[in-house]
Design a binder for this molecule. Structure first.
Ligand code: ADP
Ligand code: MG
Length: 457
């Protein structure tokens, strides 16, 4: 009987690939066949749902091809292993029975987690489905399945939110686990301080020995910082070998991180690498609805949908737009209508087509982003707060429009073409050395051409 199942799965392996087979098919087991129904078991709810929506039909087709019988299937959860996994995605699971033998004193709640970033406030959609499901699986069974879990994607798409959500959930359901959450930047600073102040032993113990779950945000930050990478490598190994969960976020896949050591990028690839993309319209509207409810804003669905149509780049900007609309409405004591939204968000109102991106668009967007006036970008001030945005605007103008260097110089208040060439060079190299510059450039570029169509070589 089991053969029908195993044969079909193995028959599918070449088509689906080894990784998919190992990850999603192998954990599903056949318990019994009753009449024409396969009784299957899955190790947890997440695996069950994922298998059901993505692979069940494929497997049933394959079995039908082999046996000429169309089976139905019923999937149950396998008897839980100790400690029991958390119940259904309950927003705030209430744990009445703490899991296995507890240390006398429970570790304190993890530092630095925002109360707002929990699973129940995270809207799932096609753009983040894999990342969210994998994060949920990790939160339920830390150290068991995806280790490390690596989530990557552009700015404001929910990576940090998921990381916090995992931390909260593990803490709520397994309070005995010691969870450490921090940004890669802070990891580096702590490491440097520890070395300087002769407190390396404490540092080592905190990250390598007394940590059950390590959540690190924006790991790309340590790329190119040799000693920090080296230390992170040892931390990774120590935790991984001890079966501790590691979850990491970044703005790109490991292989694309310039300056990241090969031995680290390869380790970051060991578990599951999942991306978050820009949300589709429906997800954006759902996010707005939730945010409006959380903030107690009374805004109709049509208006929310209208905002979601105008703001397409990322969730942070979506939230920003909502706050802006709400603030203006309050200031002007105006009802929030579609027309009002259109007015308040007028600079976002025309989604830009690749061929229509102009230097003016770039200037306007860059100025807004850095809270400057377009006149500042065109003016002569050399203060860094102005000169950097100006250089970024020049760089993006060169990249996204057909304008020549002299033309760009002209449009930035009559500057020399060599100034523009210089600016482009500097921004190009700063994108490697300064993460903030890269993030700003990428965010702006995405806003100008959300579909990534307008890239010039
Ligand atoms: P990232 O770390 O990818 O730059 P964040 O996690 O900081 O992005 O998300 C930016 C903002 O958008 C946060 O306020 C976050 O709560 C919100 N957000 C992002 N994705 C979602 C989502 N799918 N559902 C609800 N809120 C989201
Ligand atoms: Mg983040």
């Amino acid at each position: 009987m089991v053969d029908i199942w195993n044969d079909a799965l193995q028959g599918l392996q070449p088509r689906l690939g080894e990784q998919t087979y190992d990850m999603w098919l192998r954990p599903i087991e056949l318990a019994a066949i009753e009449d024409e129904t396969l009784r299957l078991t899955a190790p947890n709810r997440f695996m069950k749902e994922w298998f059901e929506t993505h692979y069940l039909d494929v497997v049933l087709d394959e079995i039908q091809r082999r046996t000429a019988t169309r089976y139905a299937a019923q999937i149950e959860l396998a008897a839980p292993r100790a400690p029991a996994p958390a119940p259904v995605p309950a927003p705030e699971p209430i744990v009445t029975q703490p899991a296995p033998p507890q240390p006398a004193i429970l570790p304190p709640p993890p530092q630095g987690l925002s109360e707002r970033y929990r699973f129940d406030s995270f809207i799932k959609g096609a753009s983040n489905e894999l990342a969210a499901s994998a994060a949920w699986a990790v939160a339920q069974e830390p150290g068991q399945r995806f280790n490390p879990l690596f989530i990557y994607g552009g700015v404001g798409l929910g990576k940090t939110h998921l990381l916090h959500a995992v931390g909260h959930h593990i803490h709520d359901t397994r309070p005995e686990l010691r969870i450490v959450y921090l940004s890669a930047e802070r990891f580096m600073n702590e490491f440097i301080a520890a070395v300087r102040c002769n407190q390396f032993e404490e540092f080592r113990s905190r990250y390598r020995e007394t940590c059950d779950v390590l959540l690190i945000d924006d790991i790309q930050f340590i790329a190119g910082r040799d000693r920090t990478m080296d230390e992170f490598f040892h931390v990774f190994n120590a935790l991984y070998e001890a079966g501790k969960q590691i979850m990491v976020t970044a703005d790109r896949v490991p292989a694309d991180m310039e300056g990241m050591e090969e031995r680290l990028t390869s380790r970051l690839n060991w578990g599951l690498v999942a991306d978050v993309k820009s949300p589709d319209l429906e997800t954006r509207a759902a996010i707005l609805r939730q945010k409006a409810e959380l903030d107690g804003l009374e805004i109709g669905d049509r208006v929310l949908l209208h905002i979601a149509t105008l703001v397409r780049s990322n969730v942070r900007e979506l939230e920003g737009a909502l706050v802006r609309v709400a603030t203006f409405a309050e200031l002007k004591r105006a009802p929030i209508t579609e027309a009002f939204v259109g007015e308040v968000l007028s600079d976002l109102a025309q989604p830009l087509q690749p061929q229509t991106i102009t230097i003016e668009h770039v200037q306007k967007l860059v100025a807004t982003h850095f809270s400057l006036r377009v006149a500042d970008l065109k003016g002569p001030r050399r203060h860094r707060h102005v000169s950097r945005p100006r250089m970024i605007a020049m760089y993006l103008s060169r990249e996204l429009t057909d304008a020549s260097f002299p033309e760009i110089g002209q449009r930035f208040g009559g500057k020399d073409h060599s100034t523009v060439i210089n600016a482009c060079r500097r921004i190009k190299s700063m994108q490697t050395s300064e993460p903030e510059v890269r993030l700003a450039v990428e965010g702006l570029r995405r806003q100008l051409c959300p579909d990534g169509l307008a890239m010039r070589a």
